[in-house]
Each structure stands twice: as C-alpha cells, then as structure tokens.
Design a protein around this ligand. Structure first.
Ligand code: ADP
Ligand code: ADP
Ligand code: MG
Length: 677
C-alpha cells in the first residue's frame, strides 16, 4: 500500500478521499489554488501545495503543476476525484511517465470511453444494448439530418466529448434539426474543444439508472448494484438513490452483466460507472461510461457497507478486489441530495458569499454529510457552488425507501444555512412531493411537478414574526445582562431588562420586512415574558405571550402562549434568518429611525450579485425604463445574469464597459428611480 498520496481536487471530494486515506494510515497531500488557501481540504491534509491562481484553468487543471507537487512531496500516487483531470488522458499519461500511480483506470480505458461515439461503437461490438441512433464519423449536416429522420423525432443531438449535462439539444421536429445541430456544435466546440456529435432517439419519460462497476489488475470485474439518478434538472442530477425503486433481481442481474461486459470490453481497472437510460417498462440502453469515482458514490457505500475509496486505493496498489460478486449484498435504502448555494426562486442562480451560519444535521448511522466547507468559509464564484452532499440510509424491509425518505426530510429540516441562497427548502419539497414519494420517477419529474415545487410566494406565518421578535428581545436582554455584569452597580435601572425606561412607556414596535411587505410587531413587557401583537388597524389583532431562551449559536427555545417549539434565528447585518418547522425564512430588520434610507437602493438590483464579467449593456444611458426592464448582462459562474431596473426610472450611467471584470457588490449602474406617483 502507498505511504503517501496526492489528491488533485478540492471541495467535498478531496475531503472525502483524505478521510479514507487517513483511516488506512496513508499520508495525504492537498493541492490548492490561491482562492482555496484556507479551504477545508487544505486544513485536513497532512501537507498542502499551492498550485496557482483561483481560475481552475491556471491551477487545478494544470497537469505540470500537479505532477511537480507530487514529486516535491514524494507522493507515490494521485487520486483525481471527479471533474477536473479525472478523465483526462494526458494527465493519466503524465503520471505514468513520471512513475506516479494514477488512482483510476488505464489510459486506454479513459480514451475508449472519452468519446460517447467511440464508446457506443465498442459497446455495440460487446453486445451491450444501445440507444438507437447514429454514432458514425460522417459529420456532414445532410447525413446527420437524414439519420435523424430515419431514427424518428424527437431526437437528441449530443456532443461526443460532452459531460456534465452540457452539449445536448433536443430536436422535436425535422424543421428544427439544422439550427439545433449548429448550436450544439458551437457549444461542443467551445466547451469541449471538439464539435463531433452523435444523434440518438430521445426516450420519453426515461429513467437514468447506472451501475457501479469495479475491476482489478488481476482480471476480476464486479458490479456493486445500481443507483437511480432520474431526478435531474437540465440533465444534471439532483437526487440519487440506491437501490432503484421497482428493480427486479432479474433486471438487476441483466444490467449488472451488461455493465461488467462494458467494463471488460475496455480492460477496466478501478471504479467506474456505466450509465443506462431505461424505459418505464424496464428495457434499458447503454448511454455512457464515467471512468472515475462518481459524485453519488456514497449511496452505493451506504447500501453495501463498503468504502469505495478504500477499494480504489487497494486496486491501484495492485491488490485484488476485496470481495467477489457472490459476497456483495444490498442492505436497506439510501438517498443523496446535493445541497447547493443557488436560488431556486431565481432560476437556480448560483449564490456566492460567506457561510455566516452553517449547521448540518448530526451525523450517525442514518445520516452522512460530505462537505468541503465549514461555517465562516466562502462559496466563491470560481468553482462548483456545492455546499455538501447529504446522504441518508435506513432499512425496514418493504418500507426501507419510505423510512429513508423520512430520514431525508428530517435531515433537511435540521440543515441550517445562512449567508448564501440555497436549495434546501426546494429539496424538502422535492422529497415530499407525491411523485417522488410514490417512486413515479423519470427525468422530467421536476418539470412535471413545477407547481408543487415552486409554490407562489408563501404568506409569512405569524409564528415566524413572533419568533423573530422574540429573538430580538432575548438578544437585547442578554446584552443588557452582560453590561450589567460588567458594571459596578448591577441594580442600576439603566440595565433593566423589563422594558422599564425613564420617561417612557413599556411599549415599543419592532419592524420586519419580508419581500416587499413590512410587518410591525407591537411589544409589551411583562415579567419574564413579552406580549406580542400583530395586525390591527382594520385587520384582526393577534396577541400572544412569548418567552424563551436563546443560545449564542442562535438556537431558540420558544414558548408562544404555552406552546413549546425549537427554532434558530441568525442575525447577520440587517437580515434575520428564521428556521422553524423545517423551513427557512428571511426577514430584514427595519430600524425605524433610519426608515427613509431603507427599502430603496440597498435592495435594488444595481449592485453586482457576484463577481463576474459585463457582457452586454442592454439599456441606453439616459433612457427612461419601466420596473424590471433589463439593463445589463453579467456573466458569472458560467451563467448569464440579467440586472434589471428595481423601479421605473432613468439609467444615469453605466459604471463599467462590456468586457470589464467586476467585483462582488460593485455598483454597476447609476440609476435614478422616478418619484413615486
Ligand atoms: P456525476 O454523474 O458524477 O454527477 P457529472 O458528469 O454530472 O457526473 O459530473 C461530475 C462532476 O464533474 C461535476 O462536479 C461536474 O460539474 C464536473 N464535470 C463533468 N463534466 C464536466 C465538463 N465537461 N465541464 C465541467 N465540469 C464537468
Ligand atoms: P453527460 O455526459 O452530460 O452526463 P449523458 O449522456 O450521461 O451526458 O446524459 C445526461 C442526461 O441526459 C441523462 O442522465 C438523461 O437524463 C438525459 N439523456 C441522455 N440521453 C438521452 C436520451 N437518448 N433520451 C432521453 N434523455 C437522455
Ligand atoms: Mg452522464
């Protein structure tokens, strides 16, 4: 076995690999970019080497720097993780040349599976069922068009070199083929440097079912069952589970055999995944093979009780596979949810910023959290905005899946993140939605269940306001208490915590804003409690007696008219993040003294929401525009973001030109709102 390995990756997967290496007594070397100097994977590793600036192209993707780091630290092997260089033939060859073990398959297998077209040719020869389609070398538009006509619409055009759900076009009818072919080829050339495409029958209502395979250098290949990754958004996985609901032992054996045949056909060694697309009737076709550890490998670990990274290390060190096919078994049911810093309400716009509060659920037999960040860390615009993978497991015969779902809902409800937008509430709705709960799975589930998954803005429950107000009052009381302790005269009326004020009544109003609406909470001080009143003036007045305790982490024990509950309230600048009953709410605390300054500019859309590049000025300087009119387009985190007018008004001036790089929070447009009518 190796004494020391280098991990050529970052984030949760680098941390994940370090964990197993450490357990096996193997020393670890991290590599990091300037943006990651304080990242968790750097903190966890025994050694760490700086390999360049923030941009992955100049750091995590620079083969020479990574090889140099391995030589300099004496690492005998490199684990590439997923993404980055994990499926890069040149990297694999460079390792070989330098006498460093690449913890992955032989370069010939990466090459064979690197092109979806070439892979399909190989699989055809190996007798693995294929999605009907054309994967030949002739790339003329006329021929591809004829092939598509012959396959029958709808068809999918795919970049042969594609990955990560990019470089695909759905063509519904013949007239659209040529245009979509051109745009697919453009994207393929710019994203993958290769405009070779293939055309496939588009399967309607398909499921994505993949088989985990493992080979060793002694000619053994086994499969570690399947994962169902049908729940996707734009061809990217959102929820994954194992085993696949409805899978019969016969079908599992057939898919397992097809996957093992596929792996054998390319002399596979190490961890790999053979992805299939399956019809609702269970018939399945080979789609592609990923020659690396997969993001969602933990669900397989949970149901098999195995550590796949340990297997990778053993195989790379020349050992035979630890278990034979007959020794592998499925136990229980596992689910994984990808927790992302993104805003589902804004088209899943990635969110960047500091994780001012990060409290994951407690880990144990049923819950696992794989993460690359801790509270206080930054989600930067340079990399994938993943916060964590949340994995749950449970067993109970027929009810294993529903138990695992319940575990997931609980774990999501316990997951508290403040500082960046995130998809936790969205995931909770997804797990709870009847289609998913009922295992009515296909890749269109999210689109189909839109109305359930993206509810109209929910009305703010009274409880949330009462809790926010209570936290405010408890925080003040705690501060007053501290001041009193420090002061010589602990009984001075100036430190009173019961609202007693000289020349003042024991009444006050706390103001919160939720979206556009402002809410007032009238507070009356009682001994050891407060009376909180909402509404009034035309509406019904709702009064409760509130008391509680607040700890410094924001955990709040609440009692409202005698009903006890737990909540978390995180105060960060003007924001109050309230977590209660498995939901997160964001309020702004309005300071009544500075009222006139609030609600205008600061909340407007004229500041850069994240660092990025200005790619278009849409409005003209001096133009009068309506509220919501597009003003400027910013490209950040590989996506385009439109900055719109916060109100009707005038575009006074743009602060940047097309092509300029802008920082987070930079003022992009000088804008003058029209006086309210
Ligand atoms: P998985 O099935 O493991 O999710 P994906 O193909 O979605 O596989 O990608 C795994 C990781 O690699 C993800 O983090 C994804 O962002 C990254 N990735 C894969 N292909 C590409 C690509 N072509 N360009 C950029 N990132 C990619
Ligand atoms: P990538 O390399 O980007 O992962 P894949 O070929 O694995 O590309 O396809 C990604 C996703 O696109 C699949 O998980 C599936 O949801 C969808 N998809 C791929 N091929 C088809 C097809 N022939 N019909 C319908 N959906 C497909
Ligand atoms: Mg895929």
């Amino acid at each position: 076995m190796f004494d020391k390995i280098l991990i050529a990756n970052r984030g949760e997967i680098a941390c994940r690999v370090i964990k197993t290496a450490r357990r096996m007594g193997i020393k670890t070397v991290a590599v990091y970019s300037e943006a990651d100097a304080k990242a968790r994977h750097v903190r966890l590793a025994d050694e760490a080497v700086l390999i360049g600036p923030a941009a992955a192209r100049e750091s995590y993707l620079v083969i020479d720097r990574i090889i140099a780091a391995a030589k300099q630290t004496g690492a005998q092997a490199i684990h590439p993780g997923y993404g980055f260089l994990s499926e890069n033939e040149d990297f694999c060859e460079a390792c070989e040349r330098e006498g460093i073990v690449f913890i992955g398959p032989p370069v010939s297998a990466i090459r064979a599976m690197g092109s979806k077209s070439e892979a399909k040719k190989l699989m055809e020869a190996a007798g693995v069922p294929l999605t009907p389609g054309y994967h030949g070398d002739d790339q003329t538009s006329e021929l591809l068009h004829r092939q598509a006509d012959a396959i029958g619409y709808p068809v999918l055009i795919k970049a042969a070199a594609g990955g990560g759900g990019k470089g695909m076009r759905l063509v519904e009818k013949a007239e659209d083929f040529i245009d979509l072919l051109a745009s697919c080829k453009r994207e393929a050339a710019s994203s993958f440097g290769d405009d070779h495409v293939l055309v496939e029958k588009y399967i309607t209502r398909p499921r994505h079912i993949e088989i985990q395979v493992f080979g060793d250098s002694h000619g053994n290949v086994v499969y570690l069952f399947e994962r169902d990754c049908s729940v996707q958004r734009r061809h990217q996985k959102v929820l994954e589970e194992a085993p696949a609901p409805g899978m019969t032992p016969e079908r599992r054996a057939a898919m397992g055999k097809a996957a093992v045949d596929a792996a054998r056909a390319v002399g596979y060694v190490g961890a790999g995944t053979v992805e299939f697309i399956a019809n609702q009737d269970g018939s399945f076709y080979f789609m592609e093979m990923n020659t690396r550890l997969q993001v969602e490998h933990p669900v397989t670990e949970m149901i098999t009780g195995l550590d796949l990274v340990e297997w990778q290390l053993r195989v790379a060190a020349g050992e035979p596979l630890p278990l034979a096919q007959e020794q592998l078994q499925i136990r229980g049911h596992a689910l994984e949810a990808r927790i992302y810093a993104e805003d589902p309400a804004k088209g899943f716009l990635p969110s960047t910023g500091r994780l001012i509060h990060l409290a994951p659920p407690a880990e144990g037999l049923h819950v696992r959290v794989d993460t690359g960040v801790e509270e206080g860390d930054e989600i930067s615009p340079h990399y994938d905005p993943m916060i964590a993978k949340l994995i749950v497991w449970d067993e109970g015969g027929e009810s294993s899946r529903s138990r695992a779902l319940a575990r997931m809902l609980q774990a999501l409800a316990d997951y508290r993140v403040a500082g960046v937008a995130n998809n936790i509430d969205f995931l909770s709705r997804l797990v709870a939605c009847p289609a998913f709960a009922g295992a009515d799975l296909d890749t269109g589930l999210i689109e189909r269940e839109k109305s359930y998954l993206f509810p109209e803005d929910l009305a703010l429950p009274d409880e949330v306001l009462q809790i926010a107000a209570l936290a405010e009052l408890l925080r003040e009381a705690a501060l007053a208490g501290k001041r009193a302790q420090r002061s010589a005269d602990a009984h001075s009326p100036w430190h009173a915590r019961d609202g007693w004020r000289m020349n003042a009544t024991a009444h006050r109003t706390l103001l919160f804003r939720h979206g556009e609406a402002e809410h007032a909470v009238e507070v009356a001080y009682l001994p050891g409690a407060w009376r909180l009143a909402l509404g009034g003036e035309g509406g019904e007045r709702r009064v409760v007696e509130a008391r509680g305790e607040l700890n410094p982490r924001g955990l709040l024990r609440v009692e409202l008219d005698g009903t006890r509950m737990d909540a978390t309230v995180i105060a960060a600048a003007g924001r109050r993040h309230v977590f209660v009953r498995g939901r997160a709410w964001q309020l702004a605390a309005v300071d009544p003294l500075h009222h006139s300054g609030e609600g205008g500019g600061a909340e407007g859309g004229l500041l850069a929401p994240m660092p990025g590049k200005v790619i278009a000025l849409v409005a003209a300087e001096g133009a009068r525009v309506e509220k919501g009119a597009p003003l400027l387009i910013l490209e950040a985190m590989k996506m385009e973001h439109t900055i719109t007018a916060p109100a009707a008004g005038t575009v006074k001036a743009f602060r940047f030109a097309v092509g300029d790089q802008v920082g987070d929070g930079a003022e992009l447009v000088e804008f003058e709102a029209a006086a309210a009518a």
